[in-house]
Write a protein that binds this ligand. Structure first.
Ligand code: BGC
Length: 417
């Protein structure tokens, strides 16, 4: 390790999160898509911590849930030879950029802080290229969550959160009869795909999910199980209101908050919205995993692009160290709705939804039921994910049969590979 790097690692290690002396500086331009109430609050924690350490933070938010607009903006920036210092980016996307030779390594920081010892191996692998860390994870989000308004459920005579899709349908019918929108949903491709993958897990189980949405197995894609998943999705189309098209996910969460809708199916960034609005889990809103067994994993991370200049490089190293500090992982995730990516952070300050997430994560690892999210870019290349999003959205917005959907999907995926 050269002297400059050593000094940087040392300063990154010495600086601790929280108010205190500014040991180091450095500049980062951070491209992200955290613009909703809960998201802005969470990324605000990161900005504040970085600035408290003496760094300069240049904020580059690109609105659009799920990050599709942000990824388009990123490509334009990289092609123009002007990449941001750090980008909210995840899954195989990290490897794709690394292969293009446009990332910087933060392995010196990772090594000196022994990240390997505190990250679940499945996450550590995603953050590395050729054995060196090029990204740092901030959290573990769970995609297969269902959020509900307890007063709305009560008004419709629903006493328990559904644990099977039949129970979900029965509860939705009751809400409808009571004049309450059963499912708050935003008709955007990534949101359609989020609901779809949760249904696939619930109907097919983790092995089927993996075959169909990760390994892209043709038989699984065309199977009766996939057809059954589309049938359930078709049923759910009947549970959304007339104005669902194009709605942002956080507006759908607002509908549940206000009791206009009973349920929302969305990852636990929705909890960040409830919390930012001062809502209390178990009182103002309920959380439960969507029906089925398993855990759909989504993890946000910051990836470090090839920038030059001591100030930018130092910014990357300081940011990497900060992101991985146990204190920051706690503060950030309390706001974001997720749980820490580090396995050694105490969860005492976290709510019951987060504890459930943690417990189910461990059980899913144990039972081989942990699956990476297709909708949230943890599973497959972006181009193939695009085929899923197109087809699922097309299905949701047409009267396509489930059989046709399964066949068309299989054919599109085969063509894209
Ligand atoms: C990200 C979350 C974000 C959500 C909605 C997901 O893909 O992982 O951090 O809150 O999209 O924008």
């Amino acid at each position: 390790m050269n002297i400059l790097k050593k000094a940087l690692v040392l300063s990154a290690t010495l600086t601790s999160f929280g108010p205190g002396v500014a040991y180091s500086e450095g500049t980062v331009e951070v491209l992200h898509w955290w613009t909703s109430g809960g998201e802005a609050r969470a990324v605000g924690e990161l900005k504040e911590a970085f600035e408290t350490q003496g760094g300069t933070w240049i904020d580059s938010p690109i609105a659009g849930g799920g990050g599709d607009a942000a990824m388009t903006a990123l490509r334009a920036r990289v092609i123009a030879g002007n990449p941001p210092t750090a980008v909210q980016l995840k899954g195989p996307g990290i490897q794709e950029w690394a292969r293009e030779g446009v990332l910087n390594s933060v392995d010196a920081v990772a090594e000196s802080e022994n990240w390997d010892a505190v990250l679940p191996p499945v996450l550590a692998d995603i953050m590395k290229f050729d054995g060196a860390y090029v990204a740092a994870p901030v959290n573990i989000h769970r995609v297969d969550w269902m959020w509900a308004n307890p007063q709305a459920l009560e008004a419709a005579g629903i006493t328990e959160m559904p644990t099977t899709w039949d129970e979900f349908n029965a509860a939705a019918d009751k809400l409808m009869a009571a004049g309450i929108i059963p499912l708050a949903h935003g008709g955007q491709p990534w949101q359609d795909a989020t609901v779809f993958e949760d249904v696939v897990l619930g109907i097919g189980g983790a092995d089927f999910f993996r075959k169909a949405l990760v390994e892209l197995d043709q038989e699984a894609l065309q199977s009766d199980t996939m057809i059954a998943a589309f049938d359930q999705l078709r049923r759910m189309r009947g549970y959304v209101d007339a104005n669902f098209s194009g709605r942002d996910w956080n507006l759908a969460t607002g509908m549940v908050m206000r009791g206009e809708a009973g349920f929302q199916i969305m990852g636990d960034w929705a909890k960040g919205e409830f919390l930012a609005a001062g809502k209390v889990p178990g009182v103002d809103f309920l959380c439960a995993p969507t029906p089925g067994n398993g855990f759909v994993l989504n993890s946000d991370s910051f990836t470090f692009f090839k920038v030059e200049g001591d100030d930018n490089i130092e910014g990357q190293q300081v940011l990497a160290s900060l992101i991985m500090s146990p204190e920051f992982q706690e503060t950030f995730n309390l706001a974001k709705g997720s749980i820490p990516a580090r396995t050694d952070v105490a969860l005492d300050a976290f709510d019951t939804c987060a504890l459930r997430s943690h417990e189910d994560l461990l059980a899913a690892i144990e039972n081989d039921a942990l699956v990476p999210s297709m909708a949230h870019e943890m599973a497959i290349p972006r181009s193939i994910r695009g085929e899923f999003l197109d087809l699922v959205t097309n299905f949701f917005n047409s009267d396509m049969s489930s059989e046709e959907a399964a066949q068309t999907l299989a054919a599109a995926v085969a063509r894209a590979q």
